[in-house]
Design a protein around this ligand. Structure first.
Ligand code: 6PG
Length: 482
């Protein structure tokens, strides 16, 4: 009997996905560039299973049922192209290549188009949930050649995480790089969620002077509220984790954040599309700032930074912080969905936002109870332009407003950096202001560069230029927006 699917790449994600597929009754053919890795896997974790090895790409191709489905679980970038180039001459028309890595979606757009010309179907799929997710149920976000989906669907939906109603956290996202785009936004939101949690932690630790055990209890309690999520849950575990000397391990970790690029791509894409994705972008910059450790140490001494003590009733502050975190999180997701909406319109992807929320409901790093509410919001209005306008989320934003402002103001007053929580509030203030000062900005542009402006008392699309100083000419510059 031939194999149902081949997987190339036996690093941790690849191995776990293969074992997961095997558990669900699929016969998987495993290949790795280094042959010893195949043997190690077959004699180790795959021992006693139906998994078979392939020591060359030809052997892999020969061992697979048609149309062949070959999933690449390799490092994003050139390695993917190199495997595609080697595989294509060995494949038949109608065969399917799947890239399950964290690929930047323009690469997937390109690969789908290039392989289509050769009659090969290509799927670019986000896979989230880390090691454990891959093994026992990840969130899977596939997009690319729609013709390939019916062949891959049973396998992917079988191995994916399931919601409490047993719905698979995997569905077809859309054409081209839509799957990898949605995974990129997932990761951007992940950056935002993580940053917000760390801001709450710093407020509690430095502002309220709380111990790690106290903070752990707070996160345990928060996890029983609307904030219920994987990231809040692991944060409570981390805060309670003691090093060998009995001290909290977290305080021994160097405060410089790493990043592999998906948050940065999300921010770059938002700038390209003109979407005010402020919270995620601030979260990426917060990681960048954290990496300037030596400069920060010097600057703290140079500016003689004082302790940032927050006075007042601790319990009242903790509840205010919870509300500020929840409200900021709503803004982060609202911005992320705005970005997806713009990309969907621009690329003709026809994204189903309720389905995206469902795919993120389980298995992935940002999984949370909150995503069910997002799904409900898009069920009510599939074209909702701002998540915060949905009655459930609007209610939370309104109820949290006063606490959120207090936390933001206090952080500014005492000097606790909370870029994501405060930028979320600033965004909402801007978004809910019918008249912003951009009129003055337009006047400035016209003053120094004759860039023209539209008038509130004239139809939109009519442009005016004023000779502000009496010295300039009446010639305006060409009007265009990037
Ligand atoms: C996931 C994660 C994962 C990502 C890590 C690290 O969905 O399972 O998003 O894909 O690689 O979270 O990302 P950074 O190194 O950029 O923090």
């Amino acid at each position: 009997m031939k194999g149902d699917i081949g997987v190339i790449g036996l690093a941790v994600m690849g191995q776990n996905l293969i074992l997961n597929m095997n558990d669900h009754g699929y016969k998987v053919v495993a290949h790795n560039r280094t042959a010893e890795k195949v043997d190690e896997f077959l004699q180790g974790p795959a021992k006693g299973t139906n998994i078979v090895g392939a020591y060359s790409l030809q052997e892999l191709v020969d061992k697979l049922e048609s149309p062949r489905k070959i999933m690449l679980m390799v490092r994003a970038g050139d390695v993917v192209d190199s495997f595609i180039d080697k595989l294509v001459p060995l494949l038949d028309k109608g065969d399917i290549i799947i890239d399950g890595g964290n690929t930047n979606f323009p690469d997937t757009n390109r690969r789908v188009a290039a392989l289509k010309e050769k009659g090969i179907h290509f799927i670019g799929s986000g896979v989230s949930g880390g090691e454990e997710g891959a093994r026992f149920g990840p969130s899977i976000m596939p997009g690319g050649s729609p013709e390939a989906w019916p062949f891959v669907k049973p396998i992917f939906q079988a191995i994916s995480a399931k919601t409490e109603n047993d719905e698979p956290c995997c569905d077809w996202v859309g054409n081209d790089g839509a799957g990898h785009f949605v995974k990129m936004v997932h990761n951007g939101i992940e950056y935002g969620d993580m940053q917000l949690i760390t801001e709450a932690y710093q407020f509690m630790k430095d502002g309220l002077g709380m111990t790690h055990d106290e903070m752990q209890s707070v996160f345990i309690e928060w996890n029983k509220t609307e904030l219920n999520s994987y990231l809040v849950e692991i944060t409570s575990d981390i805060l309670g984790y003691k090093d060998t000397d009995g001290e909290p391990l977290v305080e021994k970790i160097l405060d410089t954040a790493g990043q592999k690029g998906t948050g940065k791509w999300t921010g770059i894409n938002a700038l390209d599309m003109g979407i005010p994705l402020t919270l995620i972008t601030e979260s990426v910059f917060a990681r960048c700032l954290s990496s300037l450790k030596d400069q920060r140490v010097e600057a703290e001494a140079l500016f003689g930074k004082k302790e940032s003590i927050v006075e007042g009733d601790k319990q009242v502050w903790i509840e205010a912080l919870r509300q500020a975190l929840l409200a900021s999180k709503i803004i982060s997701y609202a911005q992320g969905f705005m970005l997806m909406r713009e990309a969907s319109n621009e690329n003709g992807w026809d994204l189903n936002y309720g389905n995206v929320a469902l795919m993120w409901r389980g298995g992935c790093i940002i999984r949370s109870a909150f995503l069910s509410n997002i799904r409900d919001a898009y069920d009510i209005d599939p074209e909702l332009s701002f998540l915060g306008s949905d009655s459930y989320f609007k209610g939370i934003l309104e109820n949290s407003m006063s606490a959120w402002r207090k936390v933001a103001a206090k952080s500014m007053e005492v000097g606790i950096p909370m870029p994501s929580m405060t930028s979320a509030l600033t965004f909402l203030d801007g978004y809910t202001t019918a008249r912003l000062p951009a009129n003055l900005l337009q006047a400035q542009r016209d003053y120094f560069g004759a860039h023209t402006y539209e008038r509130v008392d004239k139809p939109k699309g009519e442009f005016f230029h004023t000779n502000w100083t009496g010295k300039g000419g009446d010639v305006s510059s060409t009007t265009y927006n990037s």
